[in-house]
Design a protein around this ligand. Structure first.
Ligand SMILES: *Cc1c(COP(=O)(O)O)cnc(C)c1O
Length: 367
């Protein structure tokens, strides 16, 4: 069987280094907010190209804390509007509503699946204060036009970089393109921990300081509390594992690109829509999303032939019970993607022969 993602095998690739790192932490007797965290934060900030990195408990917290810190700074106020892609994973939107801010859903471009920057301006009101872009499926969502709009309307630009570690836009990493970025190190992400983990990267010293405090009960000095904060920390074991995996990230992303190239060159079935790659540097293929009108039938066919696939995502945010007030709204492009999308297996350890098997199965598939 070809698994969608074989995490056991991925971890095994770095087995010696990971065991050494985890043992080091176990033996040290220091499990939170220690040297491993400090080291990883320095390495990751350097890798992304920002002056600050704050390790937090997960990707959702990273995004929540960015908005919360902007509220504490007076940059954002409850009720302010934030433009977000309508087809994102729910966590991006949860981070906005959790803070009492109002998400304004924007349709994606049907070719790139990224937020359609030509639509943004018509949704800007005096209450619009930020844009949250999501580098969905591992492809850069940033465009020069988005940058210009942020400057023109004085909007903060926040990146959800949960799916795009290592992605480059004009030589700069995603996660360094806006004012702040949230990263997730959920095990299945391109840079994945052995459990939960997340980080914020930014060049804004004050923002970084407030986020660090908010993530530590609102305290920057022991037993002194400036904010009603929360507990959101990256533990030492995860930080040590992430330092190991960060060293291999570029190489891992290259291997993912090779898989993507084989899919793009090999799949000839005309009932399949392949993802469009605008720039090979600006895509790290967290996922390989294809589209097919008869998606569920194709998925069943692949399952029957031993190939695991997933759908990202089956129900769009505006159709979810948790956002019942949006259920009647219509986002046709988003809905089309959710109806037709199917993610093929892709990872840094997938063999050429497995990719070829999937390609052949898809080419033989008839509607
Ligand atoms: C995974 C993910 C998140 C949330 O990250 P967690 O670490 O699971 O909390 C946020 N946004 C996007 C786009 C994601 O894919």
């Amino acid at each position: 069987m070809i698994k969608f993602l074989d995490l056991q095998k991925i971890t095994e690739t770095y087995s010696d280094e990971i065991h050494e790192a985890v043992s080091r932490v176990i033996d040290s007797g220091w499990y939170l907010q220690g040297q491993e965290n400090a080291n990883f934060e320095t390495e990751y900030a350097q890798y992304i190209g920002t002056s600050h990195c704050v390790g937090v408990a997960n990707g959702l917290d990273a995004l929540i804390l960015i908005f919360r810190a902007y509220i504490e700074m007076g940059v954002l106020q409850k009720g302010d509007e934030v433009l977000v892609p309508a087809n994102t994973y729910i966590a991006s939107i949860l981070a906005v509503t959790e803070n009492g801010l109002k998400p304004i859903l924007i349709e994606p471009n049907i070719e790139t699946y990224q937020i359609d920057d030509t639509l943004l301006e018509q949704y800007i009101t005096p209450k619009t204060k930020a844009i949250l872009i999501v580098h969905l499926y591992g492809q850069c969502a940033y465009t020069e036009h988005i940058g210009e709009i942020c400057t023109k309307y004085k909007l903060r630009l926040i990146e959800d970089n949960a799916q795009a570690h290592g992605c480059l836009y004009n030589g700069k990493r995603t996660g360094s393109l806006g004012d702040a970025a949230g990263h997730s190190f959920y095990p299945g992400k391109n840079l994945g921990a052995l459990g939960d983990g997340g980080a914020v990267t930014t060049n804004d010293t004050e923002l970084a300081k407030i986020i660090r405090s908010l993530a530590n009960y609102g305290s920057s000095k022991k037993y002194v509390f400036d904010y009603c904060g929360r507990n959101s920390r990256l533990d030492e074991i995860q930080a040590a594992v992430l330092s190991v995996k960060l060293r291999h990230l570029d190489q891992d992303n290259e291997a993912r690109k090779q898989v993507a190239k084989l899919y793009l060159d090999g799949i000839k079935n005309t009932s399949i829509t392949l993802p469009k790659v605008k720039d090979w540097n600006a895509h790290v293929f967290h996922l390989f999303p294809i589209r097919c009108k008869n998606r569920d039938k194709l998925q069943q066919y692949l399952t029957d032939n031993g190939v695991q696939t997933l759908i990202h995502y089956p129900i769009p945010p505006h159709k979810q019970q948790c956002y019942v007030e949006w259920n009647m709204l219509s986002y046709p492009i988003t809905e089309l993607i959710h109806r037709e999308e199917l993610s093929l297996p892709i990872s840094q350890i997938m063999s050429i022969c497995s990719v070829e098997l999937v390609v052949n199965l898809i080419n033989q598939y008839q509607l």
